[in-house]
Ligand binder design. Structure first.
Ligand SMILES: [Fe+2]
Ligand SMILES: [Fe+2]
Length: 267
């Protein structure tokens, strides 16, 4: 890596205007809610739409907490090795550790202040196994990180553009977007470095599977989430076949797919 100016650190806990986390407004724009575009959405009351937007936002936050815990562990474990990669590479990992810890603290604070309790969300076993077992120096690990962080960037970009959400949600999306955009650049660098050293013949298939399970968890809430919003659990099945939802998932994955495709890793 080339020498660069260190990014200014933004502590989410002291930056976010927590009092502006207005529970009477939606926490996701309508087009980012799982039923967007489906006739079922048109039939919901304004109160049910807001409750669903809160719970779906909280589900994304909870997913972020889960994945960031594994990322923090992997970055921590890799720290002694990263030190030997040079000061810039080590500094990049330490910045990422600090920023991910800040995101997770921010996510905990959102869950603490939320007007709803998120029901337990099942985690795909394959993604859990990948997060636990992939070596933190492998191309596959950084490819998986790139997929997760790219989807985070794309979703936060769309959230940030909305006028419907409270200011605090926009700030949260803005902080996460700016940090994750840097992390995506670092993950791309690590993918390029690892894959040019050790191309993995099964990498494409493994990453494709991981990406599919991750997208399903990220974009298709479980039946219990609709119940928690006071809605029929059958709406989970409606959202699963919602073409607008599936197009959103594909477009959020696309930048990672284009980059990984350069290395023969087609998602
Ligand atoms: Fe993060
Ligand atoms: Fe990140």
């Amino acid at each position: 890596m080339s020498a660069r100016t260190p990014p200014a650190y933004c502590d989410p806990l002291t930056t976010v205007a927590w009092a502006a986390l207005d529970p009477d407004r939606p926490w996701l724009p309508d087009d980012l809610v799982s039923l967007a575009g489906d006739p079922a959405w048109d039939r919901l009351t304004p109160t049910a739409r807001i409750a669903l937007s809160h719970l779906e936002f909280l589900a994304l936050i909870d997913l972020g907490l889960w994945l960031e815990a594994y990322l923090l562990r992997a970055l921590g474990r890799a720290a002694p090795v990263a030190r030997h990669l040079g000061a810039d590479a080590y500094a990049a990992q330490l910045h990422e550790l600090r920023e991910e810890a800040g995101h997770s603290l921010m996510f905990l604070e959102i869950l603490r202040r939320a007007p709803h309790t998120l029901p337990p969300v099942p985690r795909p076993r394959l993604v859990t196994a990948g997060a636990r077992l992939l070596p933190g120096s492998s191309g596959l690990f950084w490819g998986a990180v790139l997929i997760g962080e790219t989807v985070a960037v794309e979703l936060n970009r769309r959230i940030r553009e909305s006028d419907a959400i409270p200011d605090a949600i926009r700030q949260i999306a803005d902080i996460h977007l700016r940090d994750e955009a840097r992390h995506v650049a670092y993950a791309r660098h690590r993918v390029a470095e690892a894959i040019s050293q050790r191309p993995h013949p099964l990498g494409a298939a493994a990453l494709r599977l991981l990406a599919g399970r991750f997208l399903a968890t990220c974009f298709h809430p479980p039946p219990a989430l609709y119940q928690a919003a006071g809605l029929p659990s059958a709406l989970a099945a409606t959202a699963r076949v919602n073409p607008i939802r599936n197009a959103l998932a594909a477009s959020c994955l696309a930048p990672a797919g284009r980059y990984l495709g350069r290395f023969g890793l087609r998602l």
